[in-house]
Design a protein around this ligand. Structure first.
Ligand SMILES: [Zn+2]
Length: 344
């Protein structure tokens, strides 16, 4: 097992890892519905925001420059550790509407603690040549950011590639030629159902660096235990919001379940502050409550894994049991296990 427990020193204080950065949709006009969680889930003093979306939303950007802090706008404590990605996921065209330096300025102006470099994500449909071009440009943007960055914030280079060698070489090249506190692997969301490929890419990254490793976009309920097993230090997810929108109830060990399909039930099988005291109907009827429960489900998943490690339990046996219920993810875990065993 490659799981590791560390402390990441951020400008806002130490952060115990591995950890989840819940995605905050601040800046995105239509979906400003992230619930408050910072006070109720103490082990998630974290948030992931999209620097580009915030800057493009003019009234908010005005307020942020003059009267308000980002954390006030999000209604979270000032100690909240914020990871601002560049918003690369929106750059599906070849035209970039920002520069590495402008993104860095935005990330610093909003008071982010961790800055992800500008990147051009890949799509599996792209031809090899186009993928190469985008990978190369992401490398150049990361190095430009490294040259312009002189603050206390942590700088994570965003890394892309659809084969292990590219991931490994990119990380090593960036480490030699720039100054980065960690690396963040992107472009995995479009290939996430190809578990074998995805875990190979993550393992290649883990092998290429001892530094902090973040995985963009895969911190949902199914992937999280795999990421922990593979030694990933942090991940982010918006699945708790999206699932709630579809009335999906996240359950550790089971994944998402549609509440609409259940006819008769008094109570839900969870003891979080949402489900513990409410009836099934109350939770099902309220999207905000569902969102908070779903975030709790992610936090509980992480707590369980940490507990199993701290208690000295056999993690491989635990995961074997956890993934039993779903053939696809069970196979994925077995593949990951083989790959890890070859390394250790
Ligand atoms: Zn719950």
């Amino acid at each position: 097992m490659l799981y590791r427990h560390r402390t990441l020193d951020t400008p806002r204080g130490p952060l115990s890892t591995p950890v989840l950065f819940p995605v905050r949709n601040i800046g995105k006009r239509s979906t400003d519905n992230t619930p408050e969680y910072a006070d109720s889930i103490p082990d998630l003093p974290t948030a992931m925001v999209n620097a580009r979306a915030i800057r493009r939303r003019k009234p908010q950007w005005e307020r942020l420059q003059h009267e308000a802090t980002l954390r006030e706008e999000m209604n979270v404590p000032e100690e909240t550790i914020v990871f601002a990605d560049s918003g690369g996921f929106d750059f599906h065209s070849e035209k970039l509407d920002t520069t590495p330096t402008e993104t860095l300025e935005t990330q610093q102006q909003i008071g982010a603690d961790i800055l992800g470099t500008v990147d051009l994500p890949l799509n599996r449909e792209y031809r090899t040549e186009k993928k190469q071009r985008r990978i190369q440009r992401s490398i150049e943007y990361a190095l430009t950011a490294s040259d312009s960055h002189d603050g206390d914030e942590l700088l994570f280079a965003s890394v892309h590639g659809y084969d292990p060698e590219t991931i490994r070489n990119t990380i090593r090249y960036l480490d030699r030629n720039g100054s980065f506190d960690g690396f963040a692997i992107g472009s995995l969301v479009p290939i996430r159902t190809d578990y074998k490929k995805t875990t190979k890419l993550i393992l290649a990254a883990r092998q290429a660096t001892e530094k902090h490793l973040h995985v963009y976009g895969l911190g949902g309920i199914v992937y999280q235990p795999l990421l922990l097993y593979l030694g990933v230090d942090s991940f982010d997810s918006s699945s708790f919001i999206r699932s709630a929108g579809n009335r999906n109830y996240l359950l550790p060990g089971f994944g998402g379940r549609e509440l609409g399909k259940i006819e008769e039930l008094d109570r839900l099988p969870c003891s979080c502050p949402v489900c513990g005291s409410r009836t099934f109907e109350e939770v099902r009827a309220d999207r905000g409550l569902l969102t908070i429960h779903n975030l709790w489900a992610l936090a509980i998943e992480l707590r369980r894994f940490r507990y199993m490690v701290a208690a000295g339990e056999d993690i491989e046996a635990y995961l074997d049991l956890r993934f039993r219920g779903n053939e696809v993810t069970h196979r994925a875990y077995l593949t990951a296990k083989q790959q890890v065993r070859r390394l250790t």
